[in-house]
Design a protein around this ligand. Structure first.
Ligand SMILES: Nc1ncnc2c1ncn2[C@@H]1O[C@H](COP(=O)(O)OP(=O)(O)OP(=O)(O)O)[C@@H](O)[C@H]1O
Ligand SMILES: [Mg+2]
Length: 304
């Protein structure tokens, strides 16, 4: 399964949520590859806490160089072997694997893409999809060249039979809901851009699900019952309405993550030990687990 992670806005929680989903899938025994296609800012190595790869890898060994044909192989880093988090190194899973394909440390956003880059991308996706259960691709935000590349590569016949999914991340605010809708349904968005390169927009739409990130938890204990609490509840209802009219709710919604204090301070994997030590909230891990299950569950992808 190839899963593209995208968002209209930057800073939506796309990377942090995706890497935690990849980790949870690995814990469940899945072989997961994480491809850093955020070409302008390839910092996935920092999320996995891999020294020396925090902002991609040197010596033209990353995805930028691979896609441009400067190297025949893209670096693959086994996260559990290379991370600085020793609890993650100790993780035992019989079959699970978590491998990062980082960008180049000097890599920048591609100005444009030619057929050569598209062919390389398709070849890479095919190879990775054949040797892993899940190929998670973190795309640059917005109507980016990375999104165009993903659409063009998956429109090629060699990828036609592969299972491809799109996750659209957004924060739980007015602007983000409207932006997520625009990224998928607006001009030059996913459906429009997909159609231009040969995708059937209806089939593409069936492969799209939304994830709300860092959603504040409203309850009497945290919010009390004064005017502020009443206002917050009203806004929450208003956002739910907006999500429905922008078609990012109902069955198009895959799920959400709660606000997690750790992640407000530090981008990282949340391990079970963080919960056991009462540093991270259990609800956050449960949300990642639920999302990981839903991505993998065919029932989540029935046409909406
Ligand atoms: N559930 C959460 N609760 C609180 N903070 C969160 C949560 N999820 C993500 N964050 C934080 O939000 C910030 C943005 O997240 P992240 O870097 O994953 O977003 P992004 O969409 O990948 O951004 P970019 O476009 O810059 O790549 C980070 O500091 C991250 O730790
Ligand atoms: Mg990111």
């Amino acid at each position: 399964m190839i899963v593209f992670a995208t968002s209209d806005k930057g800073g939506t929680g796309r990377s942090v949520t995706s890497c935690n989903l990849g980790y949870r899938m690995c814990v469940k025994g899945k072989r997961v590859a994480y491809l850093d296609f955020d070409f302008g800012s390839p910092t996935a190595g920092a999320l996995f806490e891999i020294s020396g790869a925090e902002r991609g890898v040197p010596d033209n060994a990353g995805l930028h160089s691979y896609l441009q044909g400067k190297t025949g192989v893209a670096t693959r880093i086994d996260v559990r072997d290379s991370t600085d988090r020793h609890q993650l190194r100790k993780l035992r899973t019989r079959t699970g694997k978590l491998v990062l394909l980082p960008g180049d440390s000097g890599g920048a956003e591609f100005k444009q893409i030619d057929n050569g880059i598209v062919a390389k991308c398709a070849q890479l996706l095919l190879e990775v999809d054949q040797s892993f259960d899940v190929c998670l691709v973190d795309l640059s935000a917005g109507r980016s060249v990375a999104m165009e590349l993903a659409l063009k590569a998956t429109a090629l016949p060699q990828l036609a039979e592969r299972m491809v999914r799109w996750l659209v991340f957004h924060r739980w605010t007015r602007q983000h809901i409207i932006a997520a809708h625009g990224l998928v349904r607006g001009e030059h968005g996913l459906l429009d851009g997909g159609k231009r390169v040969g995708h059937d927009p209806d089939a593409l739409l069936d492969r799209v699900r939304y994830i709300r990130t860092a959603v504040p938890v409203l309850n009497d204990e945290t919010e009390g019952s004064g005017p502020q609490a009443a206002w917050l509840h009203e806004q929450h209802t208003e956002l739910k309405r907006l999500a429905l009219t922008n078609k990012v709710g109902a069955s198009a919604l895959l799920g959400e993550t709660p606000v997690e204090p750790i992640l407000q301070w530090r981008e990282q994997l949340i391990l079970d030990i963080d919960v056991d030590r009462k540093i991270a909230n259990r609800a956050t891990v449960e949300a990642f687990e639920k999302l990981a299950d839903r991505v993998l569950d065919p029932a989540s992808w029935k046409p909406v």
